[in-house]
Ligand binder design. Structure first.
Ligand code: ATP
Ligand code: MG
Length: 159
């Protein structure tokens, strides 16, 4: 199931993230895709706030993963520097495969770099630039994410 919405400004992107941070459960994986500057880090910052992380989430430049402590451990990955479909050994090396099996919350920017099947179950967000700010598609690829996407549908009926 997919919900598509418009995000007219950065505050709206942040608020959607906060919402996901509140709803997130242990072991959830959030995949963030979309072109440069489309709002992925802004959303991740909202997730951190929704999880009760005290420090500000920043976009890591020299590391692939940053970890934050909130209601759940937040693993923030940014795969920008990877080419397409990095081999599994590299994903093991940066700690992604382990984090995906853990009981924290994985938030992965540039998840579109990954080969199909690496993220079997995830909540997949895809951003795009729009004249009105950004549009985002939120897809539940996995049963545990479906109630959240249904809620987004219900709340925005008639938008
Ligand atoms: N809904 C929105 N409407 C307009 N601007 C937005 C919106 N959401 C975020 N932005 C702005 O877009 C810019 C880029 O945002 P952000 O850094 O979150 O994107 P990103 O996808 O993480 O970029 P990168 O691809 O470099 O990682 C920021 O200035 C941010 O405030
Ligand atoms: Mg970013």
């Amino acid at each position: 199931m997919t919900w598509q919405g418009t995000l007219p400004n950065p505050a709206a992107t942040h608020a959607l993230g906060r919402r996901l941070g509140h709803a997130a459960q242990a072991g959830w994986v959030v995949s963030l895709g979309g072109p440069l500057g489309s709002g992925k880090t802004t959303l991740a910052q909202g997730i951190a706030e929704g999880l009760g992380v005290a420090e500000r989430l920043t976009s890591p430049t020299f590391v692939f993963e940053s970890r934050y402590k909130g209601r759940l451990v937040l693993h923030h990955f940014d795969l920008y520097r990877f080419g397409d479909a990095p081999p599994e050994e590299e994903l093991i090396e940066i700690g992604l495969m382990e984090a995906l099996c853990g009981d924290g919350l994985c938030v992965i920017e540039w998840a579109d770099r990954l080969a199909a099947g690496v993220l079997a179950d995830c909540l997949r967000l895809t951003f795009a630039h729009a004249p009105t700010g950004r549009v985002v598609a939120v897809e539940s690829a996995g049963a545990q994410y479906q109630p959240l996407v249904e809620e987004l549908h219900r709340e925005h009926l008639g938008d």
